[in-house]
Design a protein. Sequence first.
Lengths: 630, 265
Amino acid sequence: MYLYADLYNADGITRVGRGPVALARAEITRGLDTIGRITLTAAGTDVRALELLTNERRARIFAVDHTGSVRALGGGVIRNVRAQGSAAAWWRIAEGADELDALMRVNTLLGRTYSQQTPSYIASSLTALVSGWSASGSGGTITDARFDGMSVWRALISLADAQGLHIRAGSTPNTAEIGAFGALAGVRLVGASALHDQTALNSATALIERIEIEQSSAAAATRLYPVGAGIGEALLTLENSTRTAPYAIQSVTGANGVPQYYLQDAAGVSTFGVIERFGKFKQIAPLSNSPADLEHATNALYDVAAAWLTRYAVRQDTIRVSVRGVTTAIRPGDKVHVLYRGVVEQDGAIVDYLDIDADLWVMRVTERVDATGVATDLTLSSVDRHPEDASPLQIGGLEAITIDGLSVTSYFNRVAYVYDRLIDPSHPALIPVRLTNATQKLSRCTLKIKTRPFTATATAATGGGLVGLGTNTAGAHRHSVGADGSGASGAYYWRDITIYDAVRAANAHVLLPSDSETGDLDLQTGAAGDHAHVFSVPDHTHALTYGLQQDSVTPINVRLFVDGVDITTGVGGAWAGSGGATTFEVDITTAVLAGGALQSEHEVKLTCSGGRGSVEVSVEIYEVIAAIAL
Amino acid sequence: MTKLISFGSYTFADSGARWRDNFAQVAAHEIALPGLNGALDADGSGVGVNVAGRIDVALWLKQADVTAMNAARDALKGLLRAGAQRLTIESAPDQQRYTRARVLTIDMPEVYAQRTDTHQETALTFAAVTPRWFSVTPPVGSGTAYACSGAQTDFTRTANGSAFAYPTITVTATSGVTTLTIQRLDGALVADQITYAGAIPDGATLIIDPCTWGVTLNGADAYGSAFSALHPAWFRLPPGAHTIRVALNTGATADIALRWDDTWY
């Protein structure tokens, strides 16, 4: 058995140096949903090791077994280099993360979204962001996903968490896999006994050198209240989810009077009782505020919550073993068959102190290789979760990235505005209530309406009449009176008439012969003298007289329409049946939501059948908003 | 009987008393497991791995008087200063072999009754990190260039000894070479193969050294992705005659030499 490592530049492609570096020891740790570690130990006086085992170099480690076959143990990037000396030897030790670390160094940047894609497609797309990398896999359901400013690795973990899947390194360099995994690795770990003939051992069997088993229910939970992104009222819940299996969505009314949705594992409850856990899966948020995306998000929340509950509603059996004789790669996410029967005879009786015969998940693999051979340490589990996981917040090590103003996080919002409209039977009052695609959810919309008479702000313009009115003919002139040339043939009578004497400025009596002895005399000009007198008034203004003047009439029998639907009766109307100033408040949330097109301009219309006046409408909207089009 | 000939520039007198090495000793990698009779052999059914080499030699220093004996003792102890040197032995007349070793211990007990001022028995222990003996005289064909061209050129090289030899391969391009494959055939099977898929300009020299796991092109490091080997030891010559097959790209020519020493445990 000997070991060597090929070293590469930071690009991971260009192999460097004169040749490989011979290693004294190597340790490679690979984990499910985790980035593993590598440790390389070379002679401290090896010139090539000094030259090549340096920071940020990529290393691929190989072991050559007794048959001369080469096995790739793994690879990674060197992050720490130590020199260690003693009287016995001088060592150069390089440590670092395994090759999955490359996925930590590339970021998704903001606003990387996927709509209704398979997890494997999304994983491939994400992994392709890293030069030279690819991903493959299967499993999960079509989903939406959004990643903002997180590493590709975190994005993959987030994706896998949301689907109940796992991530691990691929079997070839620079590849990753996503999937449910759980296939048998084809390796049996058996406890050695005197009955074993080691010459019969083959590559499919490894002998257990040390074993430790732990059975824990400390992290168990049987009822999960999952919430997604958002704060307070804006929290994403299971409310709109259409999922029904494996768990029915149930709810209880919380202390705040709001339904709180949960999933419950019946088998777990029968075993452990109800153990409640509130899980915030903050990476799950709608891609947009459309109803469809909201439903997709709540379904994604359901999926991750159901996957979590499935894993945590059972006791976890964790087995840590050290084995010898492993000649094939055991990969995290595979299952291995463990057969271990610890038996002693005591006082004539057979005592089983340990009896394991099960297929178990491989959660972590550590291979320690030196001149004496390969020792493999395995962390096995009855369920596919790491034994140290005890909190939903630790699932997959969710990355807490919230960028104010650009976040996918939803927020609760209140907006209020006031309209003043005139109304009479022929002219309804129209109030627009506009909700854009920034609104994810409408929690409540209320109107407070006041009717009152018209109010004018001026009484009238100042008058004053006409001064100096006259004809438009200039100069003095006369008017003829009685210009008739024909005389009367009968007798004439003297008549006393009164006319005005302008000289004396008084009436004067004059005698005038008339052919009529009786009756009043009303002297006029003759018809032939008819003519028009033309007057003109030039352009002019009148000063206003200001002051509030209120009409005495108010709207009568006010009714309310939302989006063309008369909701008057349903919300307690009609109002002001006999007129008069009236104030009333209505909740039109249901009516606004009824049309289905939340993100649009909704029309509120007030009508009256009599009277006239004005209406003041205070609109108050309680909504959940989220950033759009980032 | 095997005689000790020289260590570096120091020549031993022909006065050997006892000689032994451990080059035929491999380490047992046995792991005790609970419940298992015996142990698990970590080396499986394969070849064991040699332990670090040790060579124990006993010889006599013979001098005319104590002054000369002291000088002889000092000269021998001075070998400690020499570090690692070529240690040459003679297993039979005209059959010399060498290994690279350093002196670990020199033991010269002085006993008055034995007149050690003129006859000093001396025990030396050498350490050889590569526990192999190599031929002092180059084998036939070792280092001899063979003109190769085109898709296939076969020639034969014969190694003696009892252990694998690891030949240093020197490729001197006599026209531009872009692909190079050198195989050692075991019958019809390819036992070892090295490939260099990079450009070797006309006149350039590519050296592939399995002993040091090194590849250079005109003296510069060349262990890039262009180089690959079928076996982790890169290229081996077990005892016997071997067909060496060289494949170059069409029209390319190169002189190829394998240089090795016959090797014994």
